[in-house]
Design a protein around this ligand. Structure first.
Ligand code: SF4
Length: 258
């Protein structure tokens, strides 16, 4: 399978169209995947394929890896625009996520004061106050809702714990608009069911969701690499532009990545 795992705690910096020079932090197993979703498009593959490595890095290891890398990059004058928590699964599931965010913000202040701290999260842990508080401290909490339709969330994201779209929306509202909404757009067949994020019903309800949440920014994207589910197709940039057009006209900040 052509999916990718990040085999380091700290990786990069890599050039990201969305985030610039991005130093990645992986709080998940180095050789396995750990996530509360099992998205049909996940670049890390299916959860079941990453079960042989379940060891999470300890807080101290993360601190040492991040401090060492930031000091080395600073000494050689390499720019870092953002420190980005992503990696092999859902970063907020790490039990020390809040403490790790606290020391990351301190390291940023000392070594790269102009860098942003970003977290790519599937928003499943927002019911835990300590996770929400930590995400509210970072510059870019990038929160995923891939569909405004619960049955499509089930089909696209395959939550492996109880998931409520309504509760997730209520938790995201606690960010008071200060977050970035991320939505994947795709089409295809999976497990005998047709998925089409460009259908009129999906598009109308997604626009309504954006208006309800009013995030400070929206990131629309589509599949980029090989996906664990076969039979998936990209949505074109032109299609996403059409979907976004009324929202852009209303003043929403929307990034589209094809
Ligand atoms: S939320 Fe992210 S890491 Fe988890 S399965 Fe989906 S794409 Fe993969």
């Amino acid at each position: 399978m052509g999916t990718i795992l990040f085999n380091e705690i700290v990786f990069g910096p890599i050039r990201s169209r969305r985030l610039g020079s991005s130093l990645g932090v992986n709080l998940l197993p180095k050789f396995g995947k750990w996530c509360s979703f099992d998205c049909i498009y996940c670049e890390c593959g299916w959860n079941k394929d990453g079960r042989n490595d379940t060891r999470l890095p300890e807080r101290k290891e993360v601190f040492e890896a991040l401090e060492g890398r930031l000091r080395a990059l600073s000494a050689e004058g390499t720019p870092v625009d953002t420190i980005t928590f992503s990696g092999n699964g859902e970063p907020t599931m790490h039990p020390d996520f809040p403490a790790i965010i606290d020391f990351t913000l301190k390291l940023r202040e000392e070594l790269y004061p102009s860098a942003k701290v970003s977290v790519l999260s599937n928003a499943t842990q927002l019911g835990r106050k300590e996770v929400r508080d930590a995400l509210m401290k970072v510059d870019n909490p990038i929160l995923k809702i891939d569909s405004p339709l619960e049955e499509l969330v089930e089909a696209i994201n395959i939550p492996n714990e109880a998931y409520s779209l309504e509760r997730t929306i209520e938790n995201i509202k606690l960010f008071n608009h200060n977050f970035i909404l991320q939505t994947m757009f795709l089409k295809g067949m999976e497990s005998g069911r047709e998925i089409d994020c460009t259908s009129p019903e999906h598009v109308e309800k997604w626009r309504a969701l954006v208006r309800e949440l009013a995030p400070r920014e929206v990131m629309m994207y589509t599949i980029d690499r090989e996906t664990p589910a076969k039979n998936l197709q990209k949505v074109t940039v032109e299609e996403m532009q059409q979907i976004a057009a009324p929202l852009i006209a209303e003043g929403y900040e929307i990034q589209i990545r094809g």
